[in-house]
Ligand binder design. Structure first.
Ligand code: PLP
Length: 395
């Protein structure tokens, strides 16, 4: 008998992917530029020239056998050292390269970390709305996904709601700032309160409770928003990072896990991450990509493109009468459905050839998510369709 749970996961692909596929089919019928696909977070900005140059240099000037050979399971030491130096310089974390485990992107970083930090039946708290794959990864580890609504209005943490959900079975909490799907950035005040809260719970339950910080959008912040990292506030933090968004390399699959150097069981946690990586087959992330990112710490794609898109779409939609959360980071806009039903809005938007993701895929009703990591032209061309959508609601 094959695995029923996996069959179910495979047969029910994500709503986002379904919309993306639907968009491709519609484009074939009505034309590429007549369909406005805002469904997926696939960066439209090309990777920086420095990345292409490094790849070319490595491929043309290195010994091919060494370049494409296995690195150690945890990753190349030079790359890990470059990441540690950069993180220490930029955020003052005091991390050592031996705290870093290279992975094939944030999905793998999370899968490994969740497998490492939980035992079957333990609970992991996520704040709604959240990246839907968290639940898949948590359940794959045999743990239970506990959903806690974020604070209404600004999507910071609602500590009363958190308290209602916290239990002796809570092993970890996942935070994602800047956030997919809201664009919200957790403030210094929220992070300090969360750190205080978790320390109190650690004392109460006499165990370590982990904060998993999923940070693929770390570099994408706007209007001078100051991004603080959870690891700067709470010692038992594990960072799950990816270069998919910051360097526009989602198809190349490269990222890392970083254990806080102040984690109480730092070495043991790292060894457990190595064990989880091994058991899941996530060893030796793509070597070429490791060298490329190692040589380009601090480099990002042209983020000004997203800042411009954000301004155009946020200003236009609010002018048409939609209610939206002004995003401080990432490249998503979370828009309230005028009917109160996100699915209804997503279906209605399809009639205008607008592909918007209903928010219940993120564990919250009543909104749609717009991915604005698309061309400026797509945003500008889509505005009449958004206006027509607003008018269809009588806004
Ligand atoms: N976490 C969040 C919040 C995301 O939005 C994504 C991708 O969109 C991921 C993790 C997975 O990223 P990766 O492509 O690095 O696996």
């Amino acid at each position: 008998m094959i695995n029923r749970q996996m069959t179910q996961l495979g047969e029910n692909s994500s709503v986002i992917r379904e919309l993306f596929e639907f968009g491709k089919q519609r484009k074939a019928v009505v034309g590429e530029d007549k369909v406005f696909d805002f469904s997926i977070g696939n960066p439209n900005v090309p990777c920086p020239q420095a990345i292409t140059d490094t790849m070319v240099k490595l491929i043309t000037e290195s010994d091919a056998a060494a370049l494409h050979g296995y690195t150690s399971a945890v990753g190349d030491n030079g790359t890990r050292q470059a990441i540690a130096s950069y993180m220490n310089e930029k955020y003052g974390i005091g991390v050592d390269f031996t705290d870093i485990y290279m992975t094939v992107g944030a999905a793998a970083s999370l899968t490994i970390t969740l497998r490492a930090l939980t035992n079957p039946g333990e609970e992991v708290i996520v704040f709604t709305p959240y990246f839907p794959e968290y639940k898949v990864f948590i359940e794959n580890a045999g743990a239970v996904c506990v959903e806690v609504p974020a604070r209404k209005g600004d999507f910071q943490i609602d500590f009363e709601a958190l308290e209602a959900a916290f239990s002796e079975k809570t092993a970890a909490i996942i935070v994602n700032s800047p956030n997919n799907p809201t664009g919200a950035v957790l403030t210094a005040e929220t992070l300090q309160s969360l750190a205080d809260y978790l320390k109190e719970k650690e004392a109460k339950y006499g165990k370590e409770i982990y904060l998993i910080s999923d940070e693929p959008y770390r570099e994408l912040v706007y209007d001078g928003t100051e991004l603080k990292l959870p690891v700067q506030y709470y010692d038992n933090t594990i960072i799950c990072y990816s270069y998919s968004k910051s360097l526009s390399l989602p198809g190349e699959r490269i990222g890392y896990i970083m254990v806080s150097p102040r984690a109480a069981s730092r070495k043991k946690v790292f060894a457990t991450i190595c064990g989880a990586g091994r058991s899941l087959g996530f060893v030796c992330a793509p070597a070429l990509m490791q060298f490329v990112v190692g040589q380009n710490q601090g480099v990002t794609s042209d983020i000004s493109v997203y800042a411009e898109n954000r301004a155009i779409i946020y200003n236009a939609l609010t002018e048409y009468g939609f209610e939206a959360v002004r995003p401080d980071g990432a490249f998503y806009l979370f828009v309230k459905s005028p009917s109160g039903d996100g699915n209804e809005m997503s279906e209605r938007a399809k009639k205008q050839e607008l592909l918007l993701v209903p928010s219940d895929s993120f564990g919250m009703e009543g909104y749609v998510r717009i991915s604005y990591c698309v061309s400026k032209k797509q945003i500008e061309d889509s505005l009449p369709a958004f206006k027509a959508l607003a008018e269809s609601y009588g806004l």
